[in-house]
Design a protein around this ligand. Structure first.
Ligand code: 3PG
Length: 307
């Protein structure tokens, strides 16, 4: 029988796992589950005879494709697929998909949880500031960016966005001020919220010169990827500019240094929490299961991201 594996180091909510199981079994396939694994070998063993895998931020590289002799499709239940080696997938004739939009509200809500926490001085009892009337810059106007804009309007923020791949007219149609460049966004906004994927172009792009463009008291929020930050340069800048704050949902490699140097100006969640809601897990997990069923039964390749 066709086996479909859910392999998640960071597990979905149980209700989502149950939903995925039902979707897969109703289609006549066998459901397999590998959760909270700690060694790569566990993944390599689990993929041996499966035709499809649902993952989250789990790394799927050439070694995994080599071990998975029957594999036809990998679906990343979520947006970013920088954890999957797309070239290796194509070389192994494996289709890779993501599930765009399915967890974006969860990430946007967490962004505001973190923002309120930051501007109220981490709830330390002192007077903080409000978000109302502040300028928010959204870097990349995809599914998460759009949700962030929607929530920001409820807070009464002035919302700006830049997206290298989205026309200005589409941003303006969403009731958001479009600016001409990433630099312009940083120059203009009190708060910048990152929603760019980790690509060759974006990695390390949030650097000293970029963040230094922010006005006094600037707050940088990262619910995207740690790789887009140039950590050495951000540390150097925050040492020079004691007005800046950095809040992130993806712990930097140099977390200890940030903690030591920037008390009251830095916070990281211990584990990426953006998509960790039952709703997001259900939406993304079941979408992934449906996409696999559609691919195996009907050859549907919607949401394919590799060649
Ligand atoms: C995504 O790319 O969808 C988000 O970063 C969520 O990732 P996660 O599924 O590992 O929480």
């Amino acid at each position: 029988m066709t086996k479909i594996l859910v392999a998640t180091q960071k597990p979905f909510a149980k209700v989502a796992v149950d939903g995925i199981r039902t979707e897969i079994e109703n289609a006549g396939f066998q459901f397999e589950l590998l959760e909270k694994y700690t060694e790569k070998k566990q993944l390599l063993d689990a993929v041996k005879d499966v035709e499809a895998i649902i993952i989250r931020s789990d790394k799927v590289d050439n070694e995994v494709f080599d071990a998975a002799k029957s594999l036809k499709i990998v679906v990343r239940a979520g947006a970013g697929y920088d954890n999957v080696d797309l070239e290796a997938a194509t070389a192994h004739h494996v289709c890779v998909m993501n599930t765009p939009g399915q967890n974006s509200n969860a990430v946007a809500e967490l962004a505001f949880g973190l923002l309120v926490f930051a501007v109220r001085n981490f709830y330390n009892g002192t007077s903080g500031t409000e978000l109302k009337g502040k300028k928010l810059g959204i870097l990349a106007f995809g599914n998460v960016g759009r949700n962030v804009a929607r929530v920001a309007k409820g807070f009464g923020m002035e919302v700006y966005a830049y997206d290298a791949f989205c026309p200005k007219t589409a941003i303006e149609e969403a009731g958001v001020h479009a600016v001409d460049s990433t630099e312009a966004l940083f120059e203009k906004c009190d708060v910048v919220s990152l929603h760019i994927p980790a690509t060759a172009e974006t990695k390390q792009s949030i650097n000293y010169a970029m963040v230094n463009k922010m006005p006094k008291g600037g707050l940088l929020l990262n619910t995207a990827r740690k790789e887009v930050i140039n950590e050495d340069e951000l540390i150097k800048l925050m040492q020079e500019r004691t007005d800046l704050k950095y809040i992130t949902d993806i712990m930097p490699d140099q977390n200890d240094k940030f903690v030591e140097l920037f008390a009251g100006r830095y916070f990281s969640t211990p584990k990426k929490m953006g998509a960790q809601t039952a709703e997001a897990n259900i939406n993304a997990g079941i979408a992934a299961a449906k996409q696999i069923v559609g691919f195996i039964k009907d050859g549907c390749e919607k949401f394919r991201v590799n060649k």
